[in-house]
Write a protein that binds this ligand. Sequence first.
Ligand SMILES: Cc1cc2nc3c(=O)[nH]c(=O)nc-3n(C[C@H](O)[C@H](O)[C@H](O)COP(=O)(O)OP(=O)(O)OC[C@H]3O[C@@H](n4cnc5c(N)ncnc54)[C@H](O)[C@@H]3O)c2cc1C
Length: 407
Amino acid sequence: MNPSTTPVEGGVLIVGGGLVGASLAIALDAAGVAATLVEAAAPRVDAQPSYDERNLALARATVNGLAAIGVWQHAAARATPIRYIHVSRAGEFGSARIDADKQGVDALGWTLPARELGAALLRRLDECAQLTRLAPATLSALQPLAGGWRAQVETADGTRSLDTPLLVGADGTHSFVRAQLGIDAEPHDYRQTLFVCTVTPERDHANRAWERFADEGPVALLPLAERRCGLVLTVSADEADTVAALDDAGFIELAQRRFGWRLGRLSRPGRRHPYAIHRVAATQLVAPRAVLVGNAAQTVHPIGAQGFNLGLRDALTLAELVAGAPDPGAADLLARYAARRAPDREGTMAMSHGLVRLACLPQPLLAPLRSLALLACDRLPPLQRLLARRGMGFRGEPPLAVLERLP
Ligand SMILES: Cc1cc2nc3c(=O)[nH]c(=O)nc-3n(C[C@H](O)[C@H](O)[C@H](O)COP(=O)(O)OP(=O)(O)OC[C@H]3O[C@@H](n4cnc5c(N)ncnc54)[C@H](O)[C@@H]3O)c2cc1C
């Protein structure tokens, strides 16, 4: 296909209405760009696979972006600010602390259950004036055209054929769009399972988020409403069945052993949800008249809390470039998109992957170096400022929508 060909008639076609695809659809609608959103699940929080019980840590930049596209207004009441982040490693000295006050901001980020963000997205989608939504509807085939793509979509009313000058794959880790475009993905199995649930600590969390690394994998505790915390506990894949079979007392004992006693006794564990952890990185972000965003482009280890934060920056950057462009799928526009996303994407993926690998390696020789690195992050103001800015989601050339409240 010749990418310089005149674009076919039709709006941008977004395949996948998860957290990232829905955000992109809203951002395009807000910018006055015609688009169609095709989502396999019915438009209900309980039907959408990723609008579930995971507790999302949303970076400050993400909340700025969600506010700019009118989503945060529907979610803010259920979010909890993170004012302090504490990172340490079991059995080693040194820890890194990032304090919102010292960075001159009211919060470094916010936590929000994914189901609440999903509900806010669905409410905001209902307000979109020119967006066409097909759900439940599944993309089943793609055919290249001169100047675009023809998509075959299965709906309750039968098969529909849609032409688009720009196809967006927002269809998650196992992206059908990515495979159809012939884009390879590099998978990495961490051989780890995450258990996610809520717990109640004896002491008030005081809006602190804790991340603790250990040989067995990382464990995190995120502040939630009503003095609850979101626990993210990593175990090796070999142990996953045993941990899943533990009763509440056994699970709390394990969590306590792994997290320690900083917040006193942990109690009242909610329902446990297991997630097998993979990293999947597409070898390219764009193809002629097509682009990948969110987990379809890169799926990262959840412990760094980067997946949606990164995916939203994909969506908002794309919306910014497409807004007002005469041809949303023009080759130069897509090249600019890929170039602009590269530093943020590569930096964030390297950070997430490196953090998990380095911080969990058991080698005793690494211990003093790790402790010194944590101390350096804690004590050297420029390094701490850099870490804080990155943690707040300000990396590379961010989309304009996230900059409104830049400290
Ligand atoms: C336990 C856990 C904790 C996490 N914590 C954080 C965190 O704290 N902070 C953070 O930023 N990120 C976090 N993440 C990552 C975050 O949840 C993901 O990055 C995010 O959900 C990706 O959104 P997405 O829209 O790209 O993909 P998905 O949410 O997977 O959505 C893809 C959508 O595409 C649809 N679809 C698929 N195929 C088709 C098709 N052929 N036709 C039509 N529709 C299709 C699916 O139904 C789905 O709705 C966490 C992840 C996990 C597992």
